[in-house]
Design a protein around this ligand. Sequence first.
Ligand code: FES
Length: 164
Amino acid sequence: MTVENHHKINTSKLDEILASYEYKKSNLIAILQKVQEVYRYLPEDAMIYIGTKIEGLSPATVFGVATFYAQFSLEPKGKFEIKVCDGTACHVRGSMPVLNAIKNKLELKDGSMTTEDGLFSLETVSCLGACGLAPVVVINDKVYPQMTSDAISIVLDTLLKEGR
Ligand code: FES
């Protein structure tokens, strides 16, 4: 991690957030939640900035906290947020082949979960409470029941046309 590239983020916005939480270490989680609300994820530069501005913290500590909690995303979310359920029912009924089909289709490599054009982001989630429809995929707020590799591929084609 480097300390350059502060220009990519709006430090006055960050200072505003930090000030509203009195630059306090004990408010770190709330501060990160607020920053995530603004950017829809936690930009690395924002974490570095916070780590240098709060007494008793370091960028590495902020980064550690952010990676520890599942609620924080270190990658930008796409215009289409794809959630693949990998709860037990969905897993048993084939959520992993569906997930792999999505990764192939979107050419997500090397563990990256967001497409380079920012159109799609992908994550796995635990039971969505719709096990009867397993395997379930949710894209933004729309539920796609009983997904197969072929079906998700058609859905993605449609979204690709819409989104580009
Ligand atoms: S396990 Fe997927 S909805 Fe319950």
